[in-house]
Design a protein around this ligand. Structure first.
Ligand code: N2P
Length: 376
């Protein structure tokens, strides 16, 4: 099957978050660069190959403080409060549009990032539909939120190998969840990960800003709540350890769990499914906060990450595809040929475009999500 390694088939990936602007706590101009040999990075859990930070530190003599977060909401709260102390953060593009509009990121000095030339122009053009002129964002990786399964456990619990064509049924339809609760259903823990999929499943716009739609999604979710074992945004070990058999998770993380089971000599097949009605596409990007203090070092790291060998290592080890064209020849065939990492054009076309919710709806979104999570 024809591969779309570079997301060429993504026709309308980047949606718009609309609504009132959110003001950052501090709008003071960015402080001058401290000139110190330090770099503070804030990225998602399980998203960087082992040794990459150490290699950067050694080559540049810069000490990196690398912290991780579990969801966009946590990152957003830090950015909005101001003085996060971070020099590079890695938000998801759809969510992050409101951060960009609020002036929370500073423009890149592209003269300091010659390796931007390694990025795929088609990918960057799509990204420019949100970040005009590609002034602030540099892609880290992309993937999709989807349903993953432990095939053997799911088949045993359902008593059949016939799985529903729409895989979302496994986690949103009580007919399935009642059976799968015995082997464990795991959900990502964030309103903006679960609600787009839930809205999509009930036939609404995944990024609807209509409170009635969001409440309707909450009602659907309430039906399956008793069957959910765990909410977690770092479920790799839980999946690999057999705590769950069906999960709403991220494509790459599910594939990492699959690798871990194999490394441990397990036989269970862990697989991110490609729902016939689509998984939720995401692109995560590096950006420099407006109040970052180690701006020079941030540029050095961005340029370092964009080296073909580093972008390829991210894909090879973390199972997420890259928008770095120069890295493609260095990506292992096993990864390139994995239909759940580099998607076929057909599957790519099915993905639900990335998006964001208006600030005005965040109250309802959180209220509905929290009620769901609490189970009342
Ligand atoms: C990797 C996290 C994927 C980030 N562990 C989803 N935006």
């Amino acid at each position: 099957m024809k591969k779309s390694l570079l997301a060429v088939a993504l026709s309308a990936v980047f949606l718009v978050a609309c609504g009132k602007k959110e003001e950052p706590a501090s709008t003071a101009a960015a402080p001058a660069d401290t000139g110190t040999k330090v770099l503070n990075i804030y990225n998602w859990d399980d998203y960087i190959p082992e040794g990459m930070i150490a290699a950067f530190e050694q080559e540049f003599g810069i000490k990196v403080n690398y912290d991780t977060f579990e969801n966009n909401e946590t990152l957003h709260a830090k950015l909005i409060a101001g003085n996060s102390g971070y020099d590079i953060v890695v938000p998801t593009v759809g969510f992050s549009k409101k951060q960009l509009e609020a002036g929370l990121f500073q423009p890149l000095d592209k003269s300091k990032i010659p390796n931007l030339a390694n990025l795929d122009p088609t990918f960057m053009k799509k990204l420019a539909s949100i970040d005009e002129g590609n002034r602030h964002y540099v892609p880290w990786a992309w993937g999709f939120t989807t349903v993953g399964i432990n095939r053997q456990k799911v088949e045993a619990a359902l008593g059949t190998s016939d799985l529903p064509a729409n895989s979302w049924e496994l986690v949103f339809n009580p007919e399935y969840t009642r059976k799968l609760r015995s082997c464990g259903i795991l959900f990502l823990d964030s309103p903006t990960e679960i609600m787009p999929a839930a809205l999509h499943y009930i036939g609404k716009d995944p990024y609807s800003n209509n409170p009635d739609d969001i409440r309707a999604a909450g009602e659907m979710l309430a039906q399956v709540r008793p069957d959910i074992r765990l909410f977690s945004s770092n479920m790799i070990d839980d999946i690999a350890g057999g705590l769950g058999c069906a999960f709403v998770g991220w494509s790459g993380d599910i594939n990492i769990a699959a690798d871990r089971v194999k490394e441990q000599g397990g036989r269970d097949e862990i697989v991110p499914l490609l729902p016939s009605t689509g998984g939720v596409f995401f692109v995560d990007v590096m950006a420099i906060p407006a109040d970052a203090r180690n701006v020079e070092n941030a540029h050095l790291f961005i340029n370092f990450f964009l080296r073909p060998e580093n972008a390829a290592a991210m894909a090879n080890e973390m199972n997420y595809p890259t928008g770095n064209k120069a890295a493609l020849p260095l990506i292992n065939d096993e990864i390139k040929n994995n239909e759940t990492i580099f998607l076929s054009e057909e599957n790519m076309a099915r993905l639900i475009p990335s998006g964001g919710y208006a600030n005005e709806i965040s109250g309802v979104l959180n209220e509905v999500y929290n009620a769901f999570k609490r189970g009342r």
